[in-house]
Design a protein. Structure first.
Length: 297
């Protein structure tokens, strides 16, 4: 939770400073190269049962979401940054507290263009989670934690980004995918595709990324990004997929509802059964629907 608080505070501070700088720039030149937008929300849900003949369990769930974009665009240069933070817990009478969602996702890219449409781009990202995760209901052994795993993609490529458009498309034929498992317990068992005992794995291949962001109807905003990677080795053609969708529906100035989904597939990540047995790779899917306090900026 300390990491969540510090990360959220840092994100809000950076956006606040950038907004202040952008305002000062606007006052002096009437045109600011800085733009920022995003969503911050705190969502809750509750199930309460009393003498309910059909059965069930009381439950309380909450999750915090921050999705912010900061962009600098001037002349032929573009610097774009995206930060996504998520953390959520579910508590039931029978099962206690369980982690429902947990994400740290930061992407930065620097591009140069001579036509404000096609950009020669360098891109890097970093993905991990805040706290330990378990193969519920088994809480005896954790299966993930901060920096175990962590992923970083570094690439050089070409991006299609028409000015004032709702979409971008980026392709890199020279991309590196780096996996970190900074934990002895998990690395010794070869989790997340590393060789047992190793804490680092590097793969080189091709990378494709697409994004789309638009208010699809009044007070309803869609934000989605899809990432695809395949390595230049014997597994070439096995595509790692990371596809995220956020639909934010603004009810009024302070209340909103959102639908948040993530679909992942990684040939190196093996599914784990409840008894701890490793199985083959599986499509991973997560969906969270919530209503709560939100702020759009």
């Amino acid at each position: 939770m300390k990491r969540l608080f510090l990360a959220a505070s840092l994100a809000l501070s950076v956006l606040g400073l950038s907004a202040q700088d952008a305002t000062q720039e606007t006052d002096s030149t009437n045109i600011s190269p800085w733009k920022h937008n995003g969503i911050a929300s705190l969502n809750f849900s509750q199930t309460s049962l009393s003498n309910w003949s059909a059965g069930g369990d009381n439950a309380v769930a909450g999750n915090a979401v921050f999705n912010g974009n900061l962009q600098y665009r001037k002349g032929d240069w573009l610097w774009n940054n995206l930060l996504i933070l998520e953390y959520g817990l579910t508590r039931t009478k029978a099962g206690g507290s369980q982690k429902a969602t947990d994400k740290i996702d930061f992407t930065t890219q620097l591009g140069y263009s001579t036509n404000n449409k096609w950009f020669y781009t360098v891109m890097a990202d970093f993905k991990t989670q805040f706290s330990k995760g378990y193969n519920y209901p088994n809480k005896d052994e954790y299966i993930s934690k901060f920096m175990a795993p962590a992923y970083s993609n570094v690439s050089v490529g070409l991006e299609l980004r028409p000015k004032d458009s709702y979409y971008t498309l980026y392709f890199s034929p020279t991309a590196g995918k780096f996996t970190f498992v900074n934990d002895d317990f998990l690395s010794d068992r070869g989790f997340f595709g590393v060789t047992p005992g190793d804490k680092f794995r590097a793969e080189f291949g091709t990378f494709l990324r697409g994004t789309y962001q638009k208010e699809i109807m009044q007070n309803v905003k869609l934000m989605t990004d899809a990432n695809f990677f395949t390595a230049y080795d014997d597994s070439f053609g096995n595509i790692d997929i990371d596809w995220n969708v956020l639909i934010n529906m603004k009810i009024n100035k302070y209340l909103n509802a959102n639908v948040n989904t993530s679909l992942k597939y990684d040939d190196d990540i093996k599914a784990i059964s409840e008894d701890g047995t490793k199985r083959g790779p599986r499509v991973q899917f997560k969906e969270i629907i919530g209503i709560g306090i939100g702020y759009n900026f």
